[in-house]
Design a protein around this ligand. Structure first.
Ligand SMILES: [Zn+2]
Ligand SMILES: [Zn+2]
Length: 503
């Protein structure tokens, strides 16, 4: 096990003129904390340190910290200004002053003079980077008596960390449980398999949405049986515990009893090979590199020029691979780049086109585009493989419209007795009429054609099946089932119009 201490405070400079400040708030203080005992303690502390030069003891007795007229304190400040002191040691913030403003005013003045104040109990040196912040925190709650207990509890916890007795709760994390021996942890095989798979999916550049879908299909879930959550995926991948490391005091409880992330307020300890790893360091690094790349791309802005053929030679060469429409450019909401859209989706006329959006960066990653290309997209594929391109000649061959035997008859009540009264059983959306490339007419779920398969898995009913619907009032709800590989259709008829599933 290798432990790296991430230092929270610098070492105290050598050969310092060190003074101590003590205060006893009332005459009835216990013997052990009396001024005499404190004086003895500090004299010994300072004189026994070869790096310290004894600069005297300042004290006030029987004076409340709230009152500003403290002769010992005033004398100390005077001597400090005169350059007689480099460092002041004092028991606790509460002993130095009871009022946050007074503490900050004095310590700031001293800091400007290059003089540090070291609070023994809180282990804070005001000259260090976090010193003032920490002191503000402590001083703020030092004003309330009851907080002292909490402070002490926290300090004893911190001391346990320092002595290498972590109190961490690794077994609360997915993938681990308590081992047989006290204080040890072991891997939960099923959960570990899930964690590993999530790392691989991120490494392979699947989107979080797709990962959640695949996780559900794979039967992955939290301990309470609930599905994994969106924000959980990155958290899992970014957690150092899965490569066997542990950061002690990564979090702490602040004075409002809130759980907070330690952003340098307190020291923390990075421990390598602390417990059995679930993923290799290589996989961990690779997956996290993908997350970093995504974060970087999010903030990246392109220099946008007016959308002309001169500036963007590929402008007129991009087509929708579903409906054949030319894509048109719109700046993204953030203004970071252009996006190319299919007209049909936006106008809402061609229900057969699911629509497509192609970011400028994706288009430009394809290199120089010299001929017309037809683009389709599968959001469930890894990000670099989501878009596929077809050459115009190939696309046109594939989508060549057959010469239809007859024109389509107009879609109205006269020709179709069930006109506007047919619905998808799965989502409640109306069915739309559609002509296939081979000329046959069918009815498809409108919910699916607008919101895609994630919204409704859809239904396709041939015209000849629809024509078998009885000529009666009400609303027809169409149902499609597969039996032995064959499609079977059924319907129910209701008086009430079915309710549409909300997006
Ligand atoms: Zn289209
Ligand atoms: Zn539907």
């Amino acid at each position: 096990m290798e432990v790296t201490v991430i230092e929270a405070k610098k070492k105290i400079k050598e050969q310092l003129k060190v003074a101590a400040y003590c205060r006893v708030s009332s005459e009835s203080e216990e013997q052990e904390s009396s001024i005499e005992n404190q004086r003895e303690y500090y004299e010994e502390l300072i004189q026994s340190n070869p790096n310290y030069e004894y600069a005297g003891i300042y004290f006030d007795q029987g004076i409340s910290g709230f009152k500003e007229k403290r002769p010992g304190f005033q004398q100390m400040m005077k001597d400090a200004r005169a350059g007689k002191i480099n460092l002041i040691i004092t028991k606790s913030i509460t002993r130095f002053a009871r009022n946050t403003d007074t503490i900050l005013k004095a310590t700031r003045e001293l800091k400007d003079l290059g003089i540090g104040v070291f609070f023994e109990l809180q282990n804070i040196n005001t000259l260090t980077q976090d010193g003032e912040l920490l002191m503000t925190v402590y001083a703020a709650f030092a004003q309330g008596e009851s907080d002292t207990y909490r402070e002490l509890a926290r300090m004893s916890r911190r001391r346990q960390f320092e002595e290498g007795r972590p109190m961490y709760r690794l077994h609360k994390a997915l993938g681990y449980r308590k081992g047989e021996k006290e204080g040890t942890f072991e891997i939960v095989p099923e959960e570990a398999a899930m964690i590993k798979q999530i790392y691989k999916w991120i490494r392979d550049e699947y989107t979080v949405t797709t990962i959640l879908k695949m996780a559900k299909e794979a039967g992955f879930h939290n301990r309470d049986g609930k599905d994994l959550r969106f924000e959980q995926i990155y958290k899992i991948v970014q957690s150092e515990i899965y490569k066997g490391d542990y950061i002690m005091q990564k979090h702490f409880i602040d004075e409002d009893r809130r759980h907070r992330i330690n952003r340098g307020e307190l020291p923390c300890w990075y421990i390598e090979d602390d417990h059995p790893a679930i993923v290799t360091r290589k996989l961990w690094e690779e997956a996290n590199a993908v997350i970093e790349k995504r974060a970087k791309e999010k903030t990246e802005h392109l220099d946008l020029l007016p959308m002309t053929v001169e500036n963007y030679p590929y402008k007129n060469k991009l087509f929708c691979g579903y409906c054949g429409q030319k894509l048109y450019a719109v700046k993204t909401k953030s203004g970071a780049q252009y996006s190319f859209y299919c007209h049909k989706r936006n106008k809402g006329v061609g229900v057969c086109c699911p629509g497509i959006t192609v970011p400028q960066k994706v288009v430009e990653s394809w290199g120089v585009i010299t001929e017309n290309i037809y683009i389709t997209m599968d959001p469930d594929k890894p990000i670099p493989k989501q878009y596929s391109i077809t050459k115009e000649s190939t696309w046109k061959k594939r989508h060549k419209k057959k010469e239809y035997a007859a024109e389509m008859k107009p879609y109205n009540k006269e020709n179709y007795h069930y006109y506007k009264r047919i619905f998808c059983e799965k989502c409640g959306w109306p069915l739309y009429r559609q002509r296939r490339d081979d000329g046959r007419v069918q009815f498809i779920c409108g919910g699916r054609s607008i919101y895609r398969s994630a919204f409704c898995s859809g239904i396709i009913v041939p015209e000849k099946v629809m024509d078998r619907l009885p000529d009666k009032d009400g609303y027809f709800i169409l149902r499609e089932e597969k039996k032995n590989g064959e499609k079977h259709y059924s319907y129910s008829c209701t008086k009430e119009k079915p309710e549409r599933k909300k997006k």
